[in-house]
Ligand binder design. Structure first.
Ligand code: THU
Length: 141
């Protein structure tokens, strides 16, 4: 799948789902609320938010939650991802989440950044995780 296969309406729905998910984020330690949404190969949107806890490193990123929801519901490929924060600093997935996304994305899968007002830069997975390790290295399709 390439960026051009995503309609403007699909992109808008995806970004709005990420923004809505952000409103439910549980981040009392960082106060940094993040929402994410994944559009799967069936055209369905799965959302997630960051969920922190008192043992700080054990928190979950929004992207991990969205991917988990996709897999739970039978989705296996991500056609596009949206990550929503607030304010001027566009949020891109952390290193660990880039690898998690790698499992379910193609190299040209778009990752949209957004805040409450609009869209920020769009990246492909390959831009965020070049020369990456993936399932094919383990002879998986
Ligand atoms: N976080 C995400 O959920 N996704 C990102 O893409 C970047 C960071 C979360 C993790 C933590 O709960 C908080 O943001 C601050 O790092």
């Amino acid at each position: 799948m390439t960026m051009s296969t995503l309609s403007p309406a699909e992109q808008q729905s995806l970004v709005e789902a990420a923004r809505r998910a952000r409103e439910n984020a549980y981040a009392p330690y960082s106060n940094f609320l993040v929402g994410a949404a994944v559009l799967d190969e069936h055209g369905r949107i799965h959302a997630g938010c960051n969920v922190e806890n008192a043992a700080y490193p054990e928190g979950l990123c929004a992207e991990a939650g969205a991917l988990s929801a996709m897999v739970l519901n039978g989705g296996r490929r991500a056609r596009a991802i949206a990550v929503a924060g607030a304010g001027a600093a566009w949020i891109t997935p952390c290193g660990g989440c880039r690898q998690k996304l790698r499992e379910f994305c193609d190299e040209d899968t778009p990752i949209f950044t957004a805040n409450e007002h609009g869209l920020g830069p769009t990246y492909t997975l390959k831009q965020l995780l070049p020369a990456s390790f993936g399932p094919e290295h383990l002879s998986k399709p």
